[in-house]
Design a protein around this ligand. Structure first.
Ligand code: IMP
Length: 192
């Protein structure tokens, strides 16, 4: 069976990316291979996604797919953006991170936000192919829902009155930023 390394230590992302890729592939996690995470020194989602795919590719001789993603909030100057994971870590977890964001948003009229996902795919000895997917939405007034992962409970995708945190995994997975990026990637590489 063909193998693919899903270059992320985030279990939520691992599950979503795994479900998007054909059953023909055996999906391998860096956790299983005890591969550490690289330092995210990039200044953009694209730079970080490429940096990750290049890093993980050094450990295996089969294709690797990595993602860099995050939540960009308009009235917070597009923060936390590439620092989404780091914000949660600094605050002591996602619940505290979401509370911090809601506090910052308390007096903001504009609650527009975008979830961004940059996917980078690399075959051995080839250059990475990188695409970006986005979904617009709004930041809710409260933390709502227990499904999903990360910032899902404060993100209301456009045309929806429920947050990602209230949505079933199967529904979220077919509309979110990762899915949009994956569709673009599939057009470019026609496998997976
Ligand atoms: P990084 O790509 O490893 O830097 O982390 C991205 C951060 O954004 C993580 O903290 C994720 O939990 C969060 N994030 C990315 N995609 C999603 C999503 O689909 N739902 C909720 N949080 C997400």
């Amino acid at each position: 069976m063909k193998k693919i390394l899903i270059g992320t230590h985030n279990r939520g992302k691992f599950k979503e990316i795994s479900h998007l890729i054909s059953r023909k592939y055996r999906k391998i996690s860096p956790l299983t291979l005890k591969i550490p995470s690289p330092e995210e020194t990039g200044k953009t989602f694209q730079q970080n996604a490429k940096l990750k795919v290049n890093f993980f590719s050094k450990f295996v001789n089969y294709p690797v797919i990595s993602d860099d993603s995050g939540l960009c909030i308009k009235s917070l100057h597009n923060k936390p953006g590439i620092y989404s994971a780091r914000l949660a870590k600094q605050r002591g977890g996602f619940n505290k991170g979401m509370k911090y964001i809601l506090k910052k948003m308390r007096n903001k009229k504009n609650r527009s936000a975008v979830f961004v996902c940059c996917l980078s795919y690399k075959k051995p000895k080839k250059k990475p192919i990188t695409v970006i997917g986005k979904i617009n939405g709004k930041i809710s007034n409260q933390i709502i829902g227990t499904k999903g992962f990360g910032y899902d409970p404060i993100f209301l995708p456009k045309n929806s009155n429920i947050t990602f945190g209230q949505m079933s995994k199967s529904k979220k997975m077919l509309i979110d930023h990762r899915f949009i990026a994956f569709k673009k990637l599939k057009k470019k590489i026609k496998i997976l």
